[in-house]
Design a binder for this molecule. Structure first.
Ligand code: TXA
Ligand code: MG
Length: 320
């Protein structure tokens, strides 16, 4: 059931409780309404993708309360700090290498070594993030492929019954998403034009923004920088070959494993939300445990299964 609440002190307090328990809260920012979850919980973030009906795991923006919080999550070069000081709080998202020890979950970063951060310029959003005391992951609060919502009613049209709460803070001011600038490799690059004009950012930086590197914005999952395991994956496995590790789902392959074989079950109970929450962490874990070949159990193509299978197919694709 979706609670529609006014974004007053009481509504915000309820929303914080819901986020703390791993629930979903749609909330206003100065750009568009965001579909928020605790960014540090892979499980909560998995529910965002599920509610949006996203066919693949796009990396999400983690909303933070202040610059110090941003610097705990990302290695911000000096130019990024200058830009942050000029435009935060505001509709600027900075993508930078994730800091060691950062708290944003692997799933929110879609397995990338980088993280997207912004401080929204909206009292409701800021109160929510500050009270939670953790970054809030939030894409726009619409079903995948629909237009971004600028009122609580728009959110309800798309997501009623799919989120725990919608905080109504009236119409958003900008009505356009944040401008995304990447400080990952080479010169700062404009990944997405948005509510702050390119010229303003170039003026603050004292240089021209570069074009985004390759297909990164359109399809983050396809880039070389996107995490792919060293191990070779064999999908739709129904049995285990000699020397294979198992990436299981619903306990199908695990009983077939010989002693000492590495087996990880994305969700022993066959829950696709749990499987999504574990996916990127388990791919890393397989590498850490030295698996060279991995049999991956069949994962149903419904719900989050579509996004999980999309990611597994990319991870299994032949590489250069
Ligand atoms: O105004 C906004 O930015 C709104 C409000 C809610 O804050 N949020 C929003 O989020 O538009 P979303 O998920 O719809 O767009 C986030 C985009 C992704 O599609 C992706 O292109 C980019 O941010 N992104 C996030 N993390 C990235 C990363 N590590 N590397 C490259 N691109 C990234
Ligand atoms: Mg969007």
């Amino acid at each position: 059931m979706t609670v529609l609440a006014r974004a007053d002190a009481e509504g915000i307090a309820r929303a914080v409780e819901i986020l703390r328990e791993g629930g979903l809260v749609a909330f206003p920012t100065e750009t568009v309404y965001g579909l928020g979850a605790d960014a540090t919980s892979g499980w909560a973030v998995a529910r965002i993708y599920d509610a949006k009906g996203r066919p693949s795991f796009n990396p999400l923006i983690a909303h933070v309360a202040d610059l110090a919080a941003a610097q705990r999550e990302a290695l911000l070069p000096e130019a990024a700090v200058r830009l942050a000081e000029a435009f935060w709080p505001g509709p600027l998202t900075i993508v930078a290498p994730a800091a060691p020890g950062g708290s944003v979950s692997e799933l929110a970063r879609a397995g990338l070594p980088s993280v997207a951060l912004r401080i929204p310029d909206h009292p409701v959003a800021l109160a929510l993030i500050a009270a939670l005391g953790r970054p809030v992951a939030a894409p726009s609060a619409n079903r995948s492929g629909h237009v971004s919502p600028v009122t609580a009613a728009h959110v309800a049209e798309d997501l009623s019954g799919r989120v725990d709460m919608i905080l109504d803070g009236g119409r958003t001011a900008a009505g356009l998403e944040s401008t995304i600038v990447s400080f990952c490799e080479g010169a700062p690059a404009l990944l997405r034009p948005g509510a702050i004009a390119r010229e303003k950012i170039e003026k603050a930086l004292g240089l021209k923004l570069a074009a985004p590197p390759r297909a990164e914005v359109l399809a983050p999952g396809m880039t070389a920088s996107h995490y792919a395991p060293n191990a070779r994956l064999r999908l739709e496995a129904h049995e285990l070959e000699e020397g294979e590790a198992a990436l299981d789902f619903g306990g199908r392959l695990t009983p077939l494993a010989s002693d000492g074989a590495v087996t990880l079950d994305l969700s022993p109970s066959g829950d696709l939300v749990e499987a999504a929450a574990n996916l990127f962490t388990f791919l890393r874990e397989l590498d850490a445990r030295g698996a060279l070949r991995v049999a991956v159990a069949h994962i149903p193509e419904r719900g989050l299964g579509e996004a999980i299978n999309d990611r597994l197919r990319r991870a299994a694709a032949p590489r250069l």
